[in-house]
Design a protein around this ligand. Structure first.
Ligand code: NDP
Length: 474
C-alpha cells in the first residue's frame, strides 16, 4: 500500500467557546446549580469546552418554556412552520463545513463521514419534514391530526446532529415543541444547532436544548408536563424509560440496540459484498445501532470472502478524524473503549479467533483497531451482545433456511443485509428476516423518506418517512 500525505481539514472553520449554557426559551443561560462538565476530543483527549449541567430546576424551566411556546407554534398554519424548517435546513447547508468539523472534533468520527454522510442527511431530514408541515391531513392519520404537545427527546453520541434532526424535524413539522438532551460526551453540535434556531428566528421556546448526563435525561423523561418521550440509546436505558413512562399517558418511541446479520450468499458479487461488509461494521467506528456486526457467509464462499475482507481491512486508515484520508476515527469515549475491549477479551476467552490488520494506533486518545472474530458460534457472547465498536463476528451457513434461523436468533431486530444476485432470494429472505430494515446488496443506507425502527429489544415506533410523523400526532 502506498502512503498518502496528510490532508487535514482546517479546525479554524469552527469557533468553539470556552463554555456553554443551557438553551432555554431562545437564550443561553447558566444552570441553576452552576454545575458544569467538560467535553473532550476523543482523538486527543483535549478539552474542547465546558458545558452546563442541567438539574431539576433547569428541566422545569425548559419544559415550561416549551409549554408556553406550544400554543402559538401549534396554531401557526403548517405553511408558516414549514418556512422556519426550510430556513433551518438551508442554514445547516450553509454552515455544513463548520458543523462537520465540530462533529468530528467532539465525536471522533472521520471528517469524510461527517461531511459526506451526516451533514447532508441532517439537512435532508429538515427539508423533508418541512415539506410535510402543511400536508399533515394527507399523511394518513386522520383528517385533522393534532400535535401532542411538549416532546422530551434524549439522543445518543454516535450521530449527535443526525439523531437531533431525526427527532426535532418531525416534531416541529407536526406542531410540537421540544426539549432535547444530547449525550454527555457529544453536546456541542446540539448547542450550535441552538444558535441556528436563533439565526432562523425560530420563536423562543419551540426548541430547548439542555445538556447533562443520564440523570438529566431521566429527570426530563419523567417530567409530568411532557406529552411525548422519544429516546435513542441502549436497550437497558430504554427499558428503564419504558417502565417510568408506563401508565402516565405519555406517548413513547424507543430506538434501541441491534445485532444485525449481514448475509452473504456464494453467488453475490464478492468485491461489492466486501465493501458492504466493511461499510456495515467499520463505518462510524461501528458505533451504529444498525451496524452489520454479525457476518453470515455461505460456507462455499467463506475462504474467498475472508481473504478479500482481510485484504481490504489492511487498507483501512485509522487515525486523525480531521484527516480527509481517514476511514476509521477515534472511539467516542474511554468508557466505550473499555466496553469494546472487555467484550473482545470475552470473544477470545470463549474460543473465537481474533484478527486485526497491522495498524499503528495514536498514543493519545481512544482507539481500537478494526477487528474480526472467526470461528464464532451462536452461543458466543460476541454473537449475541451489541459491542458498538469496530468488531465483526463471522459465522457461516449452508442454506437460506439456516441463514434465516441464525439471523433471527437474537433478542434484537433492527436491521439486516442480504447479498446475492438472485432477486427472488432477496425477496424471500426479506420476508422472513425479523428486522425493521433489510438492505439488499448494500448496507447502512439512509433516506428521510424511509421509515427506520426495530422489532423486539430494538424498540418500537418508526422514525423517518410518513411513518415518523405518527409519533408526533394524535
Ligand atoms: P445510553 O443509553 O446510556 O445513552 C443514551 C442517552 O440516554 C444519552 O443521552 C444518555 O445520557 C441518556 N441517558 C442515560 N441514562 C438515562 C436515563 N436513566 N434516563 C434518560 N436518559 C438517560 O448509552 P451509553 O452511552 O451508556 O452507551 C452504552 C451502550 O449502549 C453502548 O455500548 C451501546 O452498546 C449502546 N448504545 C446504543 C445506541 C443505539 O443507537 N442503539 C446509542 C448509544 C449507545 P449520557 O450520555 O449523558 O449518559
Amino acid at each position: 500500500m502506498f502512503e498518502y500525505a496528510p490532508a487535514p481539514e482546517s479546525r479554524s472553520v469552527v469557533d468553539i467557546a470556552a463554555s456553554y449554557g443551557l438553551f432555554i426559551n431562545g437564550a443561553f443561560e447558566a444552570a441553576a446549580s452552576g454545575g458544569a462538565f467538560k467535553t473532550v476530543n476523543p482523538a486527543s483527549e483535549e478539552v474542547l469546552a465546558e458545558v452546563a449541567e442541567a438539574g431539576t430546576e433547569d428541566v422545569d424551566r425548559a419544559v415550561a418554556a416549551a409549554r408556553r411556546a406550544f400554543g402559538p407554534w401549534s396554531e401557526l398554519p403548517g405553511a408558516e412552520r414549514a418556512k422556519y424548517l426550510f430556513r433551518i435546513a438551508r442554514i445547516i447547508q450553509e454552515r455544513s463545513r463548520e458543523l462537520a468539523v465540530l462533529e468530528s472534533l467532539d465525536n471522533g468520527k472521520p471528517i469524510k463521514e461527517s461531511r459526506d454522510v451526516d451533514l447532508p442527511l441532517v439537512a435532508a431530514y429538515f427539508f423533508y419534514y418541512a415539506g410535510w408541515a402543511d400536508k399533515l391531513k394527507y399523511a394518513g392519520f386522520g383528517p385533522e391530526p393534532r400535535p401532542l404537545g411538549v416532546a422530551a427527546q434524549v439522543i445518543p453520541w454516535n450521530f449527535p446532529l443526525l439523531m437531533l434532526a431525526w427527532k426535532i424535524a418531525p416534531a416541529l413539522a407536526a406542531g410540537n415543541t421540544v426539549v432535547l438532551k444530547p449525550a454527555e460526551t457529544t453536546p456541542l453540535s446540539a448547542l450550535f444547532f441552538a444558535d441556528i434556531c436563533r439565526q432562523a428566528e425560530l420563536p423562543p421556546g419551540v426548541v430547548n436544548i439542555i445538556t447533562g448526563a443520564g440523570e438529566t435525561g431521566r429527570t426530563l423523561v419523567e417530567h409530568p408536563d411532557v406529552n411525548k418521550v422519544a429516546f435513542t440509546g441502549s436497550t437497558e436505558v430504554g427499558r428503564q424509560i419504558a417502565r417510568s413512562v408506563a401508565g402516565t399517558g405519555k406517548r413513547l418511541t424507543l430506538e434501541l440496540g441491534g445485532k444485525a446479520a449481514n448475509i452473504v450468499f456464494a453467488d453475490a458479487p464478492i468485491d461489492q459484498a466486501v465493501e458492504g461488509i466493511v461499510n456495515g461494521i467499520f463505518f462510524n467506528q461501528g458505533h451504529v445501532c444498525c451496524a452489520g456486526s454479525r457476518l453470515l457467509v455461505q460456507e462455499s464462499a467463506y475462504d474467498e470472502v475472508l481473504s478479500s475482507l482481510k485484504r481490504r481491512m489492511a487498507t483501512l486508515r485509522v487515525g486523525d478524524p480531521l484527516d480527509k484520508n481517514t476511514d476509521v476515527g477515534a472511539i467516542n469515549s474511554a468508557a466505550q473503549l473499555s466496553r469494546i475491549r472487555d467484550l473482545s477479551e470475552v470473544g477470545s476467552s470463549e474460543g473465537a479467533e481474533r484478527w486485526s490488520p497491522p495498524c499503528e494506533l495514536p498514543a493519545q486518545g481512544f482507539w481500537f483497531a478494526p477487528t474480526i472474530f472467526t470461528g464464532v458460534t451462536q452461543a458466543h457472547r460476541i454473537a449475541r451482545e451489541e459491542i458498538f465498536g469496530p468488531v465483526l463476528s463471522v459465522l457461516t451457513f449452508r442454506t437460506p433456511d439456516e441463514a434465516i434461523e441464525k439471523a433471527n436468533n437474537t433478542p434484537y431486530g433492527l436491521s439486516a443485509g442480504v447479498w446475492t444476485e438472485k432477486g427472488s432470494l432477496i425477496l424471500a429472505m426479506a420476508d422472513k428476516l425479523r428486522a425493521g430494515v433489510v438492505w439488499a446488496n448494500t448496507f447502512n443506507k439512509f433516506d428521510p423518506t424511509s421509515p427506520f425502527g426495530g422489532y423486539k429489544e430494538s424498540g418500537y415506533g418508526r422514525e423517518g418517512g410518513r411513518h415518523g410523523l405518527e409519533a408526533y400526532l394524535a
